[in-house]
Ligand binder design. Sequence first.
Ligand SMILES: O=C(O)CCC(=O)C(=O)O
Length: 258
Amino acid sequence: MRSLTTSVDEVVSALEHDGYAVVESFLPESELAAARTDMRRVLAGTPGGRNPFEGAHTKRVYALFAKTRAFDGPATHPLVLGVLERVLGHCQLSAPTGIEIGPGEVAQILHHDDAIYPIAPPHPEVVLNTMWALDDFTEANGATRIVPGSHRWQLEQPDAHTPTIAAEMPAGSVLFYLGSVWHGGGANTTDRARLGVILEYVASWLRPQENHFLGVPRAIVRELPETLQELLGYNIRPPFMGYVDGRHPRRSLEREAT
Ligand SMILES: O=C(O)CCC(=O)C(=O)O
């Protein structure tokens, strides 16, 4: 799909049919160049992955909106907001993450992003992800792999024979994909890194009624028993739900106290 002419209807219809949609060359050249430069600055101080899901040769930038202003525009672009409204209704950002897949990285395990919520399919979509390509995405450098149509799966699991496609796209493009579609980062067999940023959104009903993080000052939370801290949201639901900048939220409380 071409960006200047792409409508919300076209993206939603591709999502319904295939589970994903690519809108090519979406970011203006100047915005793309600025985003790439700023993300490289952030990546310079970012450690490598800590487990097979993050990748041994991959860097992940968490707490993205604390570190760069380059995605304020993309996150709130009218086409993105229009698609979100149709797919999720009222929603919020879930896991904005920069992902630089380095040379030698192997393919990430295929997964679907809404698997972190224990809700049995079929269910209404609760997650919509957007992957912003800051480099050209090619099959060789680790373009995101997608199992087309897998958003309709109920109990099926992919195996080594499951056909996937590489979401190849020029830098500046955006890949929309449903939280129910199976996908994963590709292997990078080139000698250059592949940089992309995911802006993942979730239906905003998936949260407590009151926002305790703002309602209860952290100086008070620090003095509370650990069980109560956990009940106020300072917890991790395995495998990683509730992280702060990629770490357990308790680490933020400890850091502030020192
Ligand atoms: O880097 C990619 O292409 C996809 C990464 C991904 O799906 C994830 O880390 O959840």
